[in-house]
Write a protein that binds this ligand. Structure first.
Ligand SMILES: [Mn+2]
Length: 442
């Protein structure tokens, strides 16, 4: 690593914030007055500062693979200054957190991010003010020097030796995660069939369950295991963990430390994702999220870029559960991770935007008048119920988000600061250009 590592100075952020603050305070006061006049703050038992506090406390984990340009099956168009190793990826995540105030954790991917010395990596992250969220294993592609291929599956493979290799990999990921302070393992497998008849549908599930059982036994008591479903890709006829039903079945059979993870893009178009979230809450098994957005079958677009109302409705379910005393908070503690890596935007800008969109949906969900909504639902007044949701969703809560960032010492206008800082240009000079960056599509 270069000894001259460029960082955006905190002075430049505070100076820009100072210039913007008068406007932010004016719009914040206007929003407070508007919410007061509409009775919103009274109905939800908050003042505007408590909403700002909630925004400040809401954070998401950034995936290490998200700071590099992802791509499609057809190509990747890397930009200048992309990170070339895990240390540079952490530096980019630290910048995202510095500007957004909402991304203090990193989700690593093994083997892409594996280093010889996990303690060094942990120390490096801690020095940047970062921690580690869930670990991600990889048995959906072959690695150099790997003994057996995953071409025909990993945890579900017909050959016990391949399954064993995939199990061992996951146990090694747990071991690495323990040493850097992670407390969860996310497993997404690409296993499935591309043609009817290729795999035995029930036997493939049984193999996956047996493999996961062995991995589950290797989990530390404080860890959670997240299973991620996906209806297709890379398998185009059937995937073994195709939807939340299979994911829930796996977790309920595995044990109390296993939870389905909802990747927002891992659903067929028009799927009611907020309903899935509600069902998993009822089952006491909502593990958390991979945040992104999707129009067709993709899963790498910026959260809220396609379906912002869906994102709001998901958070509406989450806030409702949080306020519901009948929901067991011992199991209801969803993990929020981003999983996006696209071709077009600067990844740092796209990730900052997802942090912002996610906080926005959360704050809008917090200002839903739940008492009035409950009454409307009990009276079967569909129009009133919808208007109550829309009243929250149509509220421009960005002054709260800006004030939250200001109070955190992050940037009131993070994208503008980032673009003006010359960060990417500086990184293009610092970092090697011959990058073979592990791309992520999970
Ligand atoms: Mn995912």
């Amino acid at each position: 690593m270069s000894s001259q590592v460029f960082r955006i100075s905190s002075e430049s952020i505070s100076e820009a914030n100072a210039r913007a603050l008068a406007d932010v305070e004016r719009e914040y006061a206007a929003l407070s007055e508007s919410l007061e006049r509409r009775g919103t703050l009274r109905s939800i038992g908050h003042d505007i500062d408590s909403l700002t506090d909630a925004a400040m406390q809401f954070t998401v984990a950034v995936p290490s693979w998200g700071v590099g340009t992802g791509g499609t099956r057809f190509g990747r168009f890397p930009g200048p200054g992309e990170p070339t190793n895990v240390f540079e990826k952490l530096a980019d995540v630290a910048t995202i957190h510095q500007l957004s105030g909402g991304a203090p954790d990193v989700s690593l991917h093994i083997p892409w991010d594996q280093t010889d010395d996990p303690n060094e990596l942990k120390q490096f992250a801690n020095n940047l003010g970062l921690g580690f969220d869930a670990m991600n294993s990889n048995t959906f592609q072959d690695q150099p020097g790997q003994a057996l291929s995953y071409k025909y599956g990993s945890l579900c493979h017909t050959d016990a030796a391949v399954r064993s290799q995939a199990i061992d990999h996951n146990l090694e990921v747990i071991d690495y995660g323990k040493r850097i302070g992670s407390d969860a393992l996310t497993i997404w497998i690409g296993d499935g069939g591309n043609f009817p008849g290729q795999i035995h549908l029930r036997r493939a599930y049984d193999h996956v369950f047996d493999s996961l059982s062995t991995i589950y036994k290797g989990l530390p008591a404080s860890w959670r295991l997240f299973t991620e479903h996906k209806p297709y890709e890379p398998a185009f006829y059937s995937t073994v963990v195709q939807d939340w039903g299979t994911s829930l079945l796996l977790c309920q059979t595995l044990g109390p430390q296993a939870f389905p993870l909802v990747d927002l893009g891992h659903h067929l178009p028009n799927t009611n994702v907020e309903l899935i979230v509600a069902r998993l809450i009822t089952a006491g098994r909502l593990g958390g999220f991979h945040l992104n957005d999707s129009k067709y079958g993709d899963d790498d677009l910026t959260a809220g870029s396609i379906h912002p109302y869906q994102l709001f409705l998901i958070f509406n379910e989450l806030v409702d559960a949080q306020l519901d005393e009948s929901v067991d908070k011992g199991t209801h503690k969803p993990a929020y991770m981003i999983d996006q890596s696209h071709n077009i935007k600067d990844p740092i800008e796209a990730l900052i935007a997802t942090v912002d969109e996610t906080r926005k949906a959360y704050i809008q969900a917090l200002i839903v008048d739940r008492g009035a909504l409950h009454k409307a639902q009990e009276c079967n007044d569909a129009l009133a119920a919808e208007l109550i949701l829309k009243d929250a969703y149509d509220t421009d809560v960005r002054p709260i988000l800006r004030m939250a960032r200001h109070r955190q010492g992050a940037a009131i206008e993070p994208i503008a600061i980032y673009r003006g800082s010359g960060y990417r240009q500086a990184k293009a000079k610092e970092r090697r250009a011959d990058v073979n960056f592990g791309g992520g599509i999970v």
